[in-house]
Write a protein that binds this ligand. Structure first.
Ligand code: ZN
Length: 441
């Protein structure tokens, strides 16, 4: 049982249904929020949050922890070259040690920046290591082994037999679903339509429904990718996924940059979730996703940094700000205000993962995933409106303390479940070995 915690005297940005912001306290007991307001009594530990914003931990709905070690190794390439020349050879060269270092680095960076939960697609092998790291660090994640059973230019190490891909995914599901007091969940993660056979996609669609687990995949990120799918199937990307049964409220599609009118109707009608990754879309030159239009149509859109080699940060502040600015430049300055962007980064992310009753807002009864942000900074002054300050002005470095499931994982800027120096040291060493194995600098 974790200690009870009283977070005292902060500006509490609840992100509840009424967007309630109040000056007061948050009480945490047994990993859950036991009260929000004033006069909540005492606790084992008191955190002085005067001069701070207290908000729900960020939920990133598209991440690849296995790619954190590839940061800076795949710059200035468009998607298909980025995959074939850099990311796939590097993924193929991973061993258990390098995956472990990669996941630790990614989680350390996210926790330090106030992210408490992620949906992450790993590589084909060694996904077990990522589960272990999530369990050890106290992070919250829904994790999937990448599934790939075809594709031109896919290294041999990453191309699986359909049967093996399914079997290994099911073994991980059996082993890890619900571990870490429920913080850890499994999802099926077919990479994208280009690298999966129709048989694989159909079986995944069926199994996900039978087992009640999510599907996490990529769709309609890049024009060449869409053209490859059209040539093979005669359909647009999201239409094709829908035709094989990959659609619905348990499905999350990363990107959806180039979507037709018909595909938007499909996403809205089926309740399929979209993860918008603005920095990744810009850096790979993929395009600007029609987020404002998707939101107007009632499509669920949340945010993610994607992997370190296409961002190169795993920082929700960057993604919130960039998402808002991109829609303004394409649709007008009044579009996607700060409050909407913060919702995408918190409660909408929780809903996309089916965790809206557990996380995503600061309300009594929810799991205590909480980010405390120091507002007494030059670049955050003055601050007539705290949500505007968080979305447009704050940075990851302003995060002071983070709780996940009531456990303090960052205290006054210091990681509690990871040693930052060790994480950096092992990441540098493992990157050196990995780059040598892959023959990539
Ligand atoms: Zn991705």
């Amino acid at each position: 049982m974790t200690q009870s915690v009283l977070i005292k005297g902060g500006t509490v940005v609840t992100m509840d249904a009424d967007d309630h912001v109040l000056d007061g306290d948050v009480l945490v007991r047994d990993g859950r929020i036991a009260g929000v307001g004033e006069g909540l009594g005492s606790a084992d530990v008191t955190i002085d949050a005067r001069g701070c914003a207290v908000l729900p931990g960020f939920v990133q709905t598209h991440i690849h922890l296995c790619q954190t070690l590839f940061r800076g190794s795949a710059d200035d390439l468009e998607l298909i070259d980025w995959l074939k020349l850099r990311v796939w050879p590097l993924e193929a060269a991973h061993d258990a040690h390098s995956i472990r270092a990669s996941a630790r680095l990614g989680i350390a960076e996210m926790m330090r920046g106030g992210t408490t939960c992620a949906l992450t697609m790993e590589t084909v092998r060694h996904t077990e290591e990522v589960f272990r790291v999530v369990e050890e660090t106290g992070f919250r994640a829904t994790i999937g082994k990448c599934m790939m059973d075809k594709g031109e230019g896919v290294p041999e190490e990453l191309c699986e037999k359909t049967e093996d891909s399914i079997e290994q995914s099911l073994a991980l599901l059996e082993r890890w679903q619900g571990r870490g007091e429920g913080r850890i969940r499994y999802c099926f993660a077919p990479r994208f339509a280009v690298s999966c056979t129709k048989e694989l996609l159909e079986r995944v669609a069926r199994l996900a429904r039978e087992r009640g687990v999510m599907i996490h995949t990529h769709a309609s990120e890049n024009r060449s990718e869409i053209e490859l799918v059209r040539r093979e199937t005669g359909m647009r990307n999201i239409e094709y996924l829908n035709s094989v049964g990959i659609s619905g409220p348990h499905v999350l599609l990363a990107h959806c940059v180039h979507v037709s009118e018909g595909e938007m109707i499909m996403l809205a009608d089926n309740g399929t979730h979209v993860a918008h990754c603005p920095s990744s879309n810009l850096k790979l030159g993929s395009g600007i996703a029609p987020v404002a239009e998707m939101l107007e149509r009632g499509i669920s859109v949340s945010l993610g940094a994607d992997g370190a080699p296409c961002n190169n940060r795993l920082d929700m502040f960057t993604e919130m700000r960039t998402a808002a600015l991109l829609q303004k430049v394409s649709r007008g300055a009044e579009v996607l205000p700060a409050r909407r962007a913060l919702r995408m980064a918190t409660s909408d992310g929780a809903r996309a993962l089916g965790l809206e009753n557990e996380i995503g807002s600061l309300e009594t009864g929810k799991r205590a995933d909480i980010t405390i942000l120091d507002l007494e900074r030059l670049h955050l002054t003055p601050r007539p409106e705290v949500v505007s300050t968080i979305v447009y002005a704050a940075e990851a470095q302003d995060v002071r303390t983070v709780l996940i499931d009531g456990q303090t994982v960052l205290r006054d800027g210091e990681l509690m479940t990871l040693n930052e120096r060790e994480v950096i040291g092992e990441a540098r060493e493992q990157h050196r070995h990995l780059a040598a194995r892959a023959g990539i600098n």
